[in-house]
Design a protein around this ligand. Sequence first.
Ligand code: UDX
Length: 427
Amino acid sequence: MNICVFGIGYVGLCASVCLAQLGHNIVCIDKDNKKIENLKNNIVPIFEPKLNELILKNKNKLIFKTNLENNEKNFDIFIIATGTPTQKNGEVDLSAIYNVADEIIKNCKNNSIIINKSTVPIGFNNKLQDYINAKTNLKLDVISNPEFLRQGSAIDDFLNPERIIIGYKSDFALKKVLKMYKALNLKDEQIITTDLNSAEMIKYASNSFLALKISFINEISKLCEKTNADIEYVKKGLTSDSRIGKKFLNCGIGFGGSCFPKDTKALVNIANNYDIELKTIKATIEANEAQVDYFINKIINFYKGNIKDKTFILLGLSFKPNTNDLREAPSIKIIDKLTDLNANIIAYDPKAKYDKVKQVNKINDAFNDADCLIIATEWEEFKNIDVELLKKLKDKVIFDGRNIFINRNLKKYGLKYYCIGKNEQQN
Ligand code: UDX
């Protein structure tokens, strides 16, 4: 099929490349000229495992452009994957989608379909359909097909999804979407078809529920520390109840990234517009913000409030491993707070770059003259770090925000180890 994708950010780029891998011809459109020029030269704007290889492999099926030329009307499907950022007043900014819709209307043939992958407020795709119908006599059906790929495993998530959600109004459009995904060989039960509004709600509800799980376990972990309970045992007991499930209950320093923080806030705002207070989601957001503060305070309290001129190694900048994305990363809050108190920070991250902090290219270089170690992201390469390096820390103390050293018994090397959900004496 001939597919045109608008918005070559995380979702748009990964979807384009994966759809090319499934055999389709893709034209990728993004207003960012530099990004498009780079992609034409195989320079990929993000770090995502398998992405570069797949772009090269499918080069002949991928065209990168900043806009469609007039009369380029041979597309079966248009995909919208533009950003839907939150505005200052809490409302979702949908202007990019309307701009794309205008461009599609100018360049489409009868019976093309528009698949919206952007996260939008409930009811928006119906409005978009009305907007399009008012502007053209061509039949142009809107589909809501929210994307669930995770950064760091985006390609695998797209090509092997647990399920896909398709919100639709016209059977004709549904058939076309199913044809687009045919090569994924999904079982019937993996394809959830709904009305447009429910599909939009599924996306917000899924992200909010996952965020809720994280905030829940983070709060329990705090209480574990105070009560001498051990989060490792608690997690084992809790997650072996199949009603609760084993996944997504790792405590840490809070969720970040481009989706959970944005979508939880957006859902609260959407509900407010209907005079409904989403108490659990509000609490999820508050607990998340409190979690990183709690961790930072642990560090500051250890130094009795005085961290002036102390040098901290910060391992991990990205909001999670296997991505170079810094959006809403807890590391940034840690850096801001500690530097406000006149501490020095030396950061290391395998992929992410942050210009507001001194960064070293090799992990070992960070340990030359440091007092304390902080872990903010659980990159694989941090997990087996040599204990001889850890022993170089002048204050012999580690604050592990991701519990990566929890089973290493660092106490026997004379190190003080603070993690999440277990107090210092228990380690
Ligand atoms: C998320 C959703 O998982 C995905 O379906 C949606 O499309 C986009 O948002 P992503 O933000 O890429 O994906 O990462 P994810 O792996 O879900 O992690 C989000 C945040 O939660 C990270 O900051 C991570 O560190 C944190 N997290 C996750 C925890 O703190 N504990 C966990 O158990 C799981």
